[in-house]
Design a protein around this ligand. Structure first.
Ligand code: PBG
Length: 326
């Protein structure tokens, strides 16, 4: 093996052009998905306190937002709905005039080629804030499944391109696949939140989506953070049930999980750079403690280096703008 002084690793670090030539990983704008919060009502655009720069929009306020996403060449958005009425069974989640269904139609009218992905989960729609039907104080897996299928179908009928179940019920990918196929939607992909951990990093999201559980927590259905073999089982099951794209969530404290999933499966892999990860960066940047552009670029690149193909991130618009400015 050649060694110093023949080998000098610094030779390829001397200028930006040399560094760029040997760079192993890059984030492209085409890798990004921008999550958005849609609130029922008219004329609403309100900033989320713990997520500076991220807003809740009512469907009628979406067109300028969506045109900006398109101008930045971000290929896809992920929609979360915040309904006026919540009930025990989350019925506004699968109502044809539900807030997400309205938003899908508005988006498809303004930028038809933008990929519209919808989050499929009942937590924003239930009065108790859990991701499924509650019976005897427990989230009932099998009674929740048909509602998730109904919700998925209703999003696709409104014009969505991909459904993304995030509820963590066992068997949901299978039942959603069957429901879509039965109605002639064989061509619609499922992006499954396959390895979704019960994480404290979702804190700001629950404020944004008004979806905090009213009793207990989500540890009975989301994954236990110390586990990684179990993540491989989750992914294996979801692929067997028909998932087209798999996801690991959150991203930063779980880069090892992303790498292991990447090594074990030949499926497109997404990682969700979640609300708490965004909030930490924003808070430090606001205090002048971190350089935003460098920290965000380093973070998103790390998620790719770990093995993700696709990154869901609230930084998508800023990052896309920086790429355009280069
Ligand atoms: C809905 C859902 C959550 C997130 C995405 N889908 C919250 C949760 O599970 O409590 C979190 C996203 C984020 O923190 O950015 N179940």
């Amino acid at each position: 093996m050649a060694v110093f002084p023949q080998v000098r690793l610094r030779r390829l670090r001397r200028t930006e052009a040399l560094r760029a030539l040997v760079r192993e990983n890059r984030v492209a704008v085409g890798d990004l998905i921008f999550p958005m919060f849609i609130v029922e009502g008219k004329g609403v655009k309100e900033e989320i306190t713990s997520m500076p720069g991220i807003f809740r929009h009512s469907p009628d306020r979406l067109p300028p937002e969506i045109e900006e996403v398109a101008r930045l060449k971000i290929p896809a958005v992920l929609l979360f709905g915040i309904p006026k009425n919540k009930d025990e069974t989350g019925s506004s989640a699968y109502h044809p005039e539900g807030v997400v269904q309205q938003a899908i139609r508005v988006i498809k009218r303004s930028v038809p080629e933008l990929i519209v992905i919808t989050d499929v989960c009942l937590c924003e729609y239930t009065s108790h804030g859990h991701c499924g039907i509650v019976t005897d104080g427990q989230v009932n897996n099998d009674q929740t499944l048909p509602l998730l299928a109904k919700m998925s179908l209703s999003h696709i009928e409104a014009g969505a391109d991909i459904v993304a179940p995030s509820d963590m019920m066992d068997g949901r990918v299978k039942i959603i696949r069957e429901a879509l196929d039965e109605k002639g939607f064989q061509h619609i992909p499922i992006l499954s939140y396959a390895a979704k951990y019960s994480s404290a990093f979702y804190g700001p999201f629950r404020e944004a989506a008004e979806s905090a559980p009213q009793f207990g927590d989500r540890r009975g259905y989301q994954m236990d953070p110390p586990n990684v073999r179990e993540a491989l089982q989750e992914v294996e099951q979801d692929i067997a049930e028909g998932a087209d794209i798999i996801m690991v969530k959150p991203a930063l404290a779980y880069l090892d999980v992303i790498r292991q999933v990447r090594n074990a499966f030949n499926y497109p892999l997404a990682a969700y750079n979640v609300s708490g990860e965004y909030a930490m960066v924003k808070a430090a940047v606001q205090r002048g403690w971190l350089d935003e552009r460098r920290v965000v670029t380093e973070t998103l690149t790390a998620i790719k280096r770990a093995g993700a193909d696709i990154i869901l991130t609230y930084h998508a618009k800023e990052f896309a703008q920086w790429l355009q400015d280069e």
